[in-house]
Design a protein around this ligand. Structure first.
Ligand code: AMP
Length: 379
């Protein structure tokens, strides 16, 4: 399916043509002496090869992006000025339009807003994988009006994730972590059908533990999902932690703190909470990861932002990095954990679009990809 995404290569020379590139330049910024500047330009740099290629074909290149959540209003803090400045340093000569989300029509997928946006352009390229799970006007409308293409990063992200799901080398081990079971249960369900083992850690694992009849104390839980967790456990392919590290209830955590870490076995006392997987679970998970030929990892094993509870996530990160398996890591937190351990370059592929990669794994497609494939201008 992914190979049918149209590429801009087919257009050849673009002399005097105007091309609109929908990018995802939603980068972190910080104020220095009252002036906002980009603090991590990864997303901007990723876009540059495409912009330079279009310029070398003779095109007049205009870029548009969302930035933060101004919710349909002009909010000074979310003007694209710092992004524009950095983009112009990286790639002189391109124009960056103002924040798409200043306009209510963007998130409402308003046809007239999309039509006004693309008016005067000859071509459209979607290079915003991280925004392609949202049916917003800048993603959905232009492909209906002008010849359109998928940018190289969008193609690479899509192909990597889909080929991993369609024909994984086996054993295929998926690792899912994070806070809320509600956000990731659909992912665990899909992966339990595709992977040989799904390791579940993080706050979400305690609802699974409750489904096994264990006590979880004051750990994170969503009781409305206990039955579904029990059903997934009954497949025999979902592996959850059997020990934990945590604190007594009411003690604070998040960025570190003075309270001592407590080790728990399979059951957590009523006055305590689990905040990381325990050492036995970590070594069990590492052994499973060592057997893998394909690895997909999304989400931390504990409150890794707190140095007292990074051990489980670090063990997984090291095992994934050491593995010769084809490994895809997605989701901002798992990537941040890899980066903080200096292991970022040791995995085969780091997926940039958190929500988009989850939806692509869950549904096998995204609204933005469909819009490009179904464009009447494709032939
Ligand atoms: P998510 O955005 O769903 O991937 O969740 C990431 C967040 O989950 C991180 O900020 C972690 O601190 C948090 N988290 C992981 N494990 C736990 C846990 N056992 N209890 C509370 N929060 C957790």
């Amino acid at each position: 399916m992914s190979s049918s995404l149209p590429s801009h290569e087919r257009w050849g020379r673009l002399d005097a043509k105007r091309v609109l590139v929908r990018a995802d330049l939603n980068a972190p910024v910080a104020a220095t002496n009252g002036v906002l500047t980009v603090t991590d330009d990864f997303r901007l740099r990723q876009c540059v090869p495409l912009l330079q290629d279009l310029q070398s074909r003779g095109a007049d290149v205009v870029v548009c992006t969302h930035f933060g959540r101004p919710a349909g209003h002009v909010v000074d803090e979310y003007r694209v000025t710092p992004l524009r400045q950095r983009l112009n340093e990286l790639c002189p000569g391109v124009t960056l339009l103002e924040n798409l989300r200043f306009f209510p029509g963007e998130e409402a997928n308003d046809y007239n807003f999309g039509a006004t946006l693309i008016d005067g352009f000859d071509y459209y390229i979607n290079e915003a994988f991280g925004a392609s799970h949202r049916a917003h006007a800048s993603i959905m409308v232009p492909p209906t009006l002008v010849p359109s293409a998928a940018g190289p990063n969008l193609q690479r992200e899509t192909e990597t994730l889909l080929s991993l799901l369609q024909s994984p080398f086996r054993p295929f081990v998926a690792i899912v972590g994070g806070a809320k079971v509600k956000d990731k249960l659909a992912l665990v369900r899909v992966l339990s059908e595709k992977a040989d083992t799904v390791i579940v850690g993080g706050g979400m694992a305690y609802t699974f533990a409750l489904a096994e009849g264990r006590s979880i104390g004051e750990s994170l839980v969503d009781e409305s999902f206990v039955d579904e967790c029990a059903e997934l456990l009954s497949t025999g392919r979902v592996l959850i932690p059997h020990d934990a590290r945590g604190l007594r209830s009411g003690q604070s955590f998040g960025r570190g703190g003075p309270d001592p870490v407590v080790n728990f076995g399979a059951n957590i006392p009523s006055d305590s909470m689990g905040l990381d997987i325990g050492p036995e679970s970590a070594s069990q998970f590492v052994k499973v990861i060592e057997t893998a030929a394909t690895i997909l990892w999304n989400g931390p094993m504990g409150v890794f932002e707190d140095p007292r509870f990074i051990q489980g996530t670090a063990a997984i990160a090291r095992a994934v990095a050491a593995s010769s398996a084809s490994s895809v890591v997605g989701g901002g937190d798992s990537v941040a954990a890899l980066q903080s351990l200096g292991l970022h370059d040791e995995v085969s592929f780091v997926s940039t679009g958190g929500g988009a990669s989850l939806e692509l794994v869950e549904h096998g497609d995204l609204p933005g990809l469909r819009a490009l494939r179904e464009s009447p201008w494709n032939s």
